[in-house]
Design a binder for this molecule. Structure first.
Ligand SMILES: C[S@@+](CC[C@H](N)C(=O)[O-])C[C@H]1O[C@@H](n2cnc3c(N)ncnc32)[C@H](O)[C@@H]1O
Length: 412
């Protein structure tokens, strides 16, 4: 089993790279490539005095955590409640006594699960669950999940830490493969399950790994908040000196699709409808029902007006592809949502606040969508100055796909 280290409780830049070497792939919970995490770290190191740093698109909370490790206050929001839970778990302070108690609880949990001393939880209602887990792995996970609940107080730090290790274990035991941008299944998922696999030992090892990260408490404060980046003022208090973020890309990646195994097992999702609803609220999300809803979506009166974008949208709509019209609406909605975000952001910025968006461009049917340039236009339009697009790196073998740091200064 080489499918380890999918979810880090604490990602520090140096540590992240080691975890990457180990997996050789970016896993589901690496929502941005390791390189972007490194850029975030570099931008935070450049902050020469204690600052309030805001990441409107939390993901796995790397910005908030890095800010706190460097002595700043890191505040972050996400629309996905599972990521808020995970971000809180990653950024919380854990005392030595909590860590010791969690280690003890782990021993009890594993014994209970192995000896069937607890009634197993029903398997989560994930579509085609047999593709995900062999029956033996599924039985073990159902018992393990029940044993964690029976052994720890609801929402206690010990329970949170044991559940993070549970997430690592459920993915390590699955047939998920990470050799594409999106999750898929291993080609050899029909191979018989290794009956000698010590699943209890695997879980204990994951708890040990999680507890090492948990004991390394950052100096700065953090807040991880459930909120919509299109209206930051309703989610966060006070003013910020820096925004450092990696927003959703205009590439149709669905975070709900990528995160669904964790979200079902941890009761953040109960059915496909919930998943579609949540995806619809996320910027750039287009999975299942969220895709069909695009057909009926109407622009608001305060939508973004930009001739260059309108020309691109028109070209995509008339591309030689049956989905051209739908994707042109997707692009329009993506920029209308980001436009709401940029306009709302200005209410939570201190004078001279600097913002950085680590974002990639995209192509749709060979039509280039220069996301970075459109961000620059929007930032200028809402009143930022010193707007700059710095190319950081090529994203993959397609030479036109590049990642940028789009930065600007708020005039206040
Ligand atoms: C590219 S990821 C962020 C990755 C993050 N920097 C990391 O290192 O993991 C984008 C995030 O934006 C979140 N998101 C999408 N729409 C949002 C919205 N309207 N408000 C807040 N967060 C949103 C998604 O749930 C996802 O976690």
């Amino acid at each position: 089993m080489n499918n380890v280290a999918r979810i880090d409780l604490r990602q520090r830049a140096d540590y992240t790279h080691k975890a990457n070497l180990k997996t050789g792939r970016h896993g589901w919970l690496r929502l941005t490539p390791a390189y972007s995490v490194k850029i975030v770290e570099e931008l935070i190191v450049q902050c020469d005095r204690p600052m309030r740093i805001y990441d409107p698109f939390c993901g796995t909370a790397t910005t908030a955590l890095s800010a706190a490790y460097h002595g700043h206050e890191g505040v972050t929001t996400d629309i996905n409640p599972f990521l808020v839970w995970l971000g809180e778990a990653k950024t919380a302070h854990y005392s030595p006594s909590v860590i010791a108690a969690t280690r003890d609880a782990c021993t009890r949990v594993v014994r209970m699960a192995k000896l069937h001393e607890v009634k197993p939880r029903p398997a989560p209602p994930i579509h085609n669950i047999e593709r995900w887990w062999a029956p033996q792995a599924l039985d073990f996970l159902c018992s393990l999940r029940a044993a964690i609940e029976a052994t720890t107080e609801p929402s206690s730090q010990a329970q949170t830490l044991l559940l993070v290790a549970f997430c690592r274990t459920l993915i390590a035991l699955s047939n998920a493969a990470f050799n594409h941008q999106s999750m898929s299944f291993k080609d050899d998922d029909q191979l018989p399950f290794d009956l000698n696999l010590d699943m209890g030992g695997m879980y204990t090892e994951n708890v040990r790994f999680v507890l090492i990260g948990a004991g390394d408490n950052p100096d700065g404060g953090t807040s991880v908040i459930l909120g919509d980046a299109r209206n930051p003022v309703t989610a966060v208090d006070g003013k910020f000196n820096r925004v450092i973020t990696s927003p959703p890309y205009a590439n149709r990646m669905s975070y709900i699709r990528e995160l669904r195994p964790y979200m079902y097992w941890l009761d953040f999702l109960r059915n496909g409808r919930d998943a579609g609803e949540l995806d619809w609220t996320a910027i750039g999300g287009t999975w299942g029902m969220a895709t069909s809803r695009l057909n009926d979506w109407q622009r608001s009166d305060s939508a973004l007006e930009n001739d260059a974008l309108a020309a691109i949208v028109d070209e995509v709509a008339h591309a030689d592809n049956k989905n051209g019209k739908l994707l042109s609406t997707y692009i329009t909605k993506y920029f209308d949502d980001m436009w709401s975000h940029f306009r709302g952001l200005t209410s939570v910025l201190a004078p001279d606040a600097e913002v950085h968006y680590i974002v990639g461009n995209s192509t749709f049917y060979k039509v280039m969508l220069p996301v970075e340039k459109l961000y620059a236009v929007m930032l200028e339009q809402v009143g930022f100055h010193s707007v700059n697009c710095r190319a950081i790196r090529k994203r993959n073998s397609k030479k036109e796909l590049i990642e940028f740091d789009v930065s600007a200064v708020w005039q206040g």
